[in-house]
Design a protein around this ligand. Structure first.
Ligand SMILES: NC(=O)C1=CN([C@@H]2O[C@H](COP(=O)(O)OP(=O)(O)OC[C@H]3O[C@@H](n4cnc5c(N)ncnc54)[C@H](O)[C@@H]3O)[C@@H](O)[C@H]2O)C=CC1
Ligand SMILES: CC(=O)C(=O)O
Ligand SMILES: [Mg+2]
Length: 543
């Protein structure tokens, strides 16, 4: 940070971007007025990590580990990211899905200090002035949520702030986007959650949200202010109420640099997993029949990208849509329904109205079953067994989050299909032994995609984000699962190498952005090397 040369002593220790704690050298301690403010031993970051590990091991559960890690982030950013990046497969589930769900549910209770910004609907006329209170001027990404639909937890209002914070931490931990470029925002429009409004420790507005027209005006004011105060910023929408998500993406996608992760990021990771599953089955998208339980932002996003994949595989668009069937809370999406929204209507087919998933499985005979319904356990034993009766290798993707919202668990899917299921969930279920064979469940979670998109956008600075960037990210992710991994039933790249994986994905997306003329920076000779040179590294700098 720019104050590095001017600030001294305790002020440095209070600055998480500069603080190195016991890693300040004796020379630095002398020149920066730190002598006596620290214990005498000088340590390197790996010794500090050892202490973090010891302290984490003493915590009784992952929510306590989450609280500890957020406090570490507030105190020492470098050590925080060094910790996350030392073992992403272990730490991603703590700072993100599924533990972040517990953190959000308890947000007002576990609150220990602010990270990011809270904009409330009554600040609407003053968003610009307020955004200028953020200490960093060159913000490149804002992840913004209203908390209107956090994971599968419903509307939890300002408690949803854990999501923009966690998503942006993964931009850095999984794709090396510099943390100072990232701003989490909770846009507080009120909440329908009466229990939270009555909770004395709730930290958000205790009001009901306004109507759609007013949500749009608040959102317009926010977008205008954010793009004015932070020129070139990319707005990442996350976990808004589903209909707000779809309406606002359509409203802004051709006007500002923005994307909706639940619609576009989720689509890309689902299509990546389906691509490897179909390679294992030696089939193409043109051979598939896809059934969704859930027809909201995630369902419509995935269905739309599957249409593109089917068209790419040779089907006409109408033919592709015929092969996709969705069910929502009111039943099958079919033409006699009068309550469908404009994103659902293109997927309505003539069919007998029903709310019965098993019946639709029996009549439609899907090859692929996707759950984005928020209803834990909705893929019952009968449903899963029926999928196995219809298909030699049924593809079963219960994607709802967190763990208890998964439409079926990995253990259930493997047991009920006698090990035949090609399975992925939103969370990472543990490996499962079945009849002497070990199965590694897939995790189809958009965190494979949005950090990589972020890195590609960070580097190439396009004016808009287009669907083909997500299609490229999906292909790049699938291509990183080699034939021998697929032979072991792996659908996604290993998480231990997530940084390497996402840099590879980002490089492919960046190449596409250059090739399609969407970049606003000069094309470097070697795109990968150039991107690698931009990556944040969790190492201390000499002060
Ligand atoms: N794995 C991943 O990367 C992602 C997973 N998700 C998960 O997907 C779920 C849905 O997210 P969104 O689509 O954004 O939410 P949404 O609120 O837009 O959509 C939910 C859909 O489920 C339907 N639904 C609710 N109850 C149902 C029932 N009993 N039977 C059938 N359908 C029912 C609703 O009518 C709606 O169509 C959430 O649990 C979320 O965590 C979302 C984004 C990414
Ligand atoms: C993973 C994610 O974005 C969700 O569940 O909403
Ligand atoms: Mg989400």
């Amino acid at each position: 940070m720019s104050h590095a040369s001017t600030i001294r002593g305790q002020e440095i220790l209070n600055n998480p971007a500069l603080n190195k704690e016991t890693a300040f050298t004796m020379t630095e301690r002398q020149s920066l007025g730190l002598e006596g403010l620290l214990p005498p031993t000088v340590e390197n970051i790996d010794r500090q990590l050892e202490r973090v590990q010891t302290q984490l091991a003493a915590k009784p559960n992952d929510l306590e580990r989450y609280i500890y890690l957020m406090s570490l982030a507030a105190r020492n950013k470098t050590l925080f990211y060094h910790t996350l990046m030392s073992d992403p497969a272990r730490f991603v589930p703590i700072v993100y899905d599924p533990t972040v769900a517990d953190a959000c549910l308890a947000f007002g209770h576990i609150y220990r200090g602010s990270a990011g910004m809270y904009l409330t609907r009554d600040m609407k006329g003053r968003f610009k002035k307020i955004l200028r209170n953020w200490p960093v001027k060159d913000v490149r990404f804002i992840c913004v949520s209203t908390g209107g639909r956090i994971l599968g937890l419903g509307d939890i209002g300002a408690n949803g702030m854990g999501i923009p914070i966690g998503k942006l931490q993964l931009y850095t931990a999984c794709a090396g986007v510099p943390p100072e470029a990232l701003l989490p925002v909770l846009l507080d429009i009120g909440t329908t959650n009466a229990a939270l409004r009555a909770d004395p420790l709730y930290l958000g507005l205790r009001e009901l949200p306004p109507d759609e027209a007013e949500v749009d005006l608040i959102s317009d004011a926010f977008i205008e202010a954010a793009t004015d105060v932070f020129p070139g910023v990319c707005i990442h929408f996350e976990d808004w109420k589903g209909t707000d998500a779809m309406r606002l993406l359509a409203r802004y996608r051709d006007k500002v640099l923005c994307y909706n992760d639940d619609i576009q990021g989720t689509a890309a990771i689902a299509v990546a997993g389906l691509t490897t599953a179909l390679q294992i089955k030696n089939e193409t998208f043109a051979d598939q029949r896809v059934l969704f339980l859930g027809a909201g932002s995630a369902g419509i996003g995935i269905a739309s990208m599957i249409v593109s994949a089917m068209v790419e595989a040779g089907l006409g668009e109408a033919e592709a849509r015929e092969r996709i069937v969705l069910i929502d809370v009111n039943g099958l999406i079919e033409t006699s329904r009068t309550d469908l929204n404009e994103w659902q209507k293109p997927f309505a087919h003539e069919a007998k109205p029903t709310k019965d998933l098993l019946e639709v499985v029996r009549t439609f005979k899907p090859t692929i079953l996707i759950g984005v319904s928020t209803i834990g356990g909705a893929f019952t034993e009968e449903v899963v067994r029926e999928m196995a009766k219809l298909n030699e290798r049924p593809v079963i993707f219960p994607l709802s989050n967190p763990t208890n919202k998964a439409e079926c668990t990995a253990e259930q899917a493997y047991t009920w299909t006698k090990g035949k299921a090609l399975y992925a969930a939103g969370v990472q279920f543990p490996d499962f032994e079945y009849q002497g064979k070990s199965y590694h469940p897939g995790q189809a979670n958009n965190f494979y995609i949005f950090p990589a998109i972020g890195l590609a956008v960070y580097a190439t600075r396009p004016a808009r984000i287009t669907d083909d960037m997500f299609i490229t990210a999906a292909a790049a992710t699938a291509d990183q699962v080699g034939p021998s991994a697929r032979e072991h039933g792996m659908l996604f790249p290993l998480q231990a190498n997530i940084l390497e994986t996402e840099v590879t994905t980002a490089t492919r997306v960046a190449e596409h952005i250059f090739d399609s003329g969407q970049a606003t920076v000069e094309r470097p000779e070697n795109i990968r090397a150039w991107i690698e040179g931009l990556l944040y590294k969790p190492v201390y700098k000499e002060l």
